[in-house]
Design a binder for this molecule. Structure first.
Ligand code: ADP
Ligand code: MG
Length: 350
């Protein structure tokens, strides 16, 4: 998965700003009919005709949001796009364009930026979105990436965070906790490598976890899956910070409470085995791990038959009156208040 490009280093100063932008963007193709003008003028021109426009931005800083020790630049470029697309999909929209702004120090040769943009381009091609602009500037130290994603939706299809009602079912796509454990595995391997640079890591049993950490996919498919089932969520959010924290956001925005059932949380077998190995509680990993980029939504109870048994969806709980609070119902049938917990929560309860 991790590829090492040739070791050549071309200083970015050799190209100049315009040369650099041209070099990095000239191989991008435009695929959306709504893109009238992409990179190359003072501003991009879009025509979203009869639809509503969705816009979302994320700012990623080296050392804060990513660490290049674990993350190859190509994966970083891909992931930075996914983080944004996930927000568009969480509104039940279609992603159409992105802008990419970077600040780079002279520590990075041209080849590094080529890798970053290869990942961005792979994301654009895979998700049929257009790169339509950005900005390029220098930085004193690290790398900064700011991506803005645009999307469209029919007004009646947009799903906000604030529409959940008492008795609605709480549903999550895919499975949880894998990206966090992928990070733990990579961090452990790095420490081994620091001690013994000749160590050959055997990561076969962690492939799913590492893939989820390094190459997450935003859930573009969910909007259509739900449409085909004739289900419109009452509220929706993407799982970036961790399930607990997103449930709390939905409840607070919608003014409801919630019961989430521990035994319903979707866990991949690698999450269960690796949690054991790291002496972590897999429920805590699933609730607080984050970076899953799955979608969390609520549906009316009358939609139960349309959702149940569908392998894409897990019904993990239901919404209650606000006065009941936000709770995890454990396997032992005990109610615990859900909190958006910090890192120390990962230590296994003995
Ligand atoms: P201006 O000086 O008018 O801000 P720039 O020279 O910064 O213009 O940008 C020229 C064109 O290249 C614009 O279309 C801009 O959106 C695009 N662009 C600049 N930097 C990037 C980047 N890092 N990635 C993609 N497009 C970029
Ligand atoms: Mg500019």
């Amino acid at each position: 998965m991790i590829e090492d490009k040739s070791q050549s280093r071309t200083s970015i100063s050799e190209l100049g700003e315009f040369g650099l932008i041209k070099h990095l963007t000239e191989h991008f193709k435009v695929s959306q009919t709504s893109t009238i003008k992409a990179v190359g003028d003072d501003a991009a021109v879009l025509d979203h005709t009869n639809k509503k426009t969705l816009i979302t931005t994320d700012l990623l800083l080296e050392g804060i949001h990513f660490n290049l020790t674990y993350m190859p630049l190509k994966h970083l470029g891909y992931k930075a796009v996914m983080v944004n697309l996930s927000d568009i999909f969480a509104m039940n929209g279609e992603a159409t364009q992105i802008t990419v702004s970077i600040a780079v120090s002279n520590r990075f040769p041209l080849e590094a930026l080529e890798e970053l943009y290869a990942g961005i381009q792979l994301a654009c091609d895979t998700y049929a979105i257009d790169l339509i602009g950005g900005d390029t500037t220098s930085s004193q130290t690290g790398l900064l990436i700011s991506i803005t994603a645009l999307g469209t939706a029919n007004e009646e299809d947009i799903v906000y965070r604030d529409g959940a009602k008492e008795n609605d079912l709480l549903v999550v796509t895919g499975d949880l906790g894998a990206a966090y454990l992928g990070f733990q595995v990579l961090e452990r391997e790095r420490q081994v490598f620091d001690v013994n640079p000749n160590a050959q890591p055997d990561l076969d049993e962690y492939t799913y976890l590492i893939e989820r950490q390094l190459k997450p996919e935003a859930r573009k498919d969910v909007s259509k899956l739900l449409k085909d089932l004739d289900v419109k969520p009452t509220s929706m959010i993407d799982v970036s910070d961790g399930l607990s924290s997103e449930i709390i956001h939905l409840c607070q925005s919608s003014n409801v409470g919630c019961n989430v059932y521990e035994d319903k949380l979707p866990l991949d077998p690698q999450v269960i085995s690796t949690s054991e190995e790291f002496n972590m509680d897999s429920t805590v990993v699933a609730l607080n791990g984050g970076e899953d980029y799955e979608l969390l939504f609520t549906v009316a109870q009358t939609d139960f038959d349309k959702i149940k048994g569908n392998p894409n969806f897990s019904i993990v709980g239901h919404m209650t009156d606000k006065s009941e609070g936000i709770n995890l119902v454990t396997r032992a049938n005990q109610k615990m208040e859900l909190t958006a917990q910090g890192w120390d929560a990962f230590l296994k309860k003995e």
